[in-house]
Design a protein around this ligand. Structure first.
Ligand SMILES: Nc1nc2c(ncn2[C@@H]2O[C@H](COP(=O)(O)OP(=O)(O)O)[C@@H](O)[C@H]2O)c(=O)[nH]1
Ligand SMILES: [Mg+2]
Length: 287
């Protein structure tokens, strides 16, 4: 029994944009130890598997492929609810390095949700062949998240990825996620709404307050219902209306648009600071 104390069992959720290599990496990690079912109440497929690594048992769950974490699609709701409700020890976001900007949009949202994140920078070979020179260390510093380059179909980077996963699982209490600034005006409204939520609603601890406010400003129906917005909770409804009105007056846009722009603006800055495009084989062969 003594050695059992050393062995830990962790839950690891694999997330990522469609076609980023999620299934490939899931198969690399779990091999034949897989089980296929559905998420409760819906027909979205749920694959689970087991991976043993250095005395640890990792229960790996394949989340639906998504580009975002809104309430507009079932897949996105499943992915984010799994992270909020099941609190996996680690969320691994499989990022297609050759489409870095678009893929970081999802990664940023997991960070805003407070998920203990590890990024697998997959398709690293494709990115390289397109002349992308990615400063992985700097990218990791800016996003404050461990990043491991991988080439899924060649099984490259799997051990390093597993090491990063186990490290995150063991030290996730120290992981802080990431908050970006949406500019003074929007940040102030987020803070104002957070204050009202904390005073006027009893919210399960699993939801980060800041994330709830962002979601209200994004007009997220699931979170609006959760918080009794649209009448049931008068104070929160009024606070949200006032914020939306105020922001629309200043910017002329819905806060939802401002938040999307804010995320892309932040990611664009990170991208410019970490990616250099050198001469590419592709370009030479096309001309
Ligand atoms: N070149 C390259 N191809 C990859 C890599 N990872 C996965 N693939 C391929 O990309 C395609 C999509 O991968 P898949 O795992 O099905 O993506 P999913 O939609 O995220 O599950 C498959 O043909 C994989 O073999 C990689 O790192 N480099
Ligand atoms: Mg797949």
């Amino acid at each position: 029994m003594g050695s059992a104390l050393m062995e830990k069992s962790f839950t690891v959720a694999l997330a990522g944009n469609p076609n980023s290599g999620k299934t490939t990496i899931f198969n690399n990690l779990t091999g034949v130890r897989q089980k296929v079912g559905n998420y409760p109440g819906v027909t979205v497929e749920k694959k689970e598997g087991i991976c043993k690594f250095r005395g640890h048992v990792l229960h790996v769950v394949d989340l639906p492929g998504t580009y975002s974490l809104t309430a507009y699609s079932l897949e996105e709701v499943i992915a984010r609810n799994f992270v909020v409700d099941e609190k996996p020890d680690v969320v691994v976001d499989i990022v297609d390095a050759s489409n870095l900007e678009r893929n970081l949009y999802l990664a940023l949202q997991f960070l805003e949700l407070g998920a203990p994140l590890v990024i697998a920078l997959n398709m690293y070979d494709v990115a390289k062949s397109r002349g992308m020179d990615i400063d992985v260390k700097r990218l990791s510093e800016l996003l404050k998240v461990p990043i491991v380059p991988t080439v899924g179909n060649k099984r490259q980077g799997m051990d390093k990825l597993l090491e990063a996963i186990v490290d995150m699982a063991r030290y996730k209490e120290k992981f802080n996620g990431k908050r970006i600034s949406y500019g003074r005006e929007l940040d102030e409204e987020i803070a104002r709404i957070s204050q009202v939520i904390s005073e006027k609603a009893s919210i399960p601890e699993k939801y980060p307050l800041h994330w709830l406010s962002l979601k209200l400003l994004e007009n997220d129906n699931q979170i609006k219902r959760l918080l009794g917005v649209d009448g049931i909770n008068r104070e929160i409804t009024d606070a949200l209306d006032a914020s939306i009105h105020h922001l629309k007056k200043i910017y002329g846009d819905d806060p939802e648009e401002l938040i999307i722009d804010g995320r892309y603006g932040y990611i664009n800055g990170v991208y410019r600071e970490t990616v250099r495009i050198t001469s590419t084989k592709d370009r030479l062969t096309i001309s």
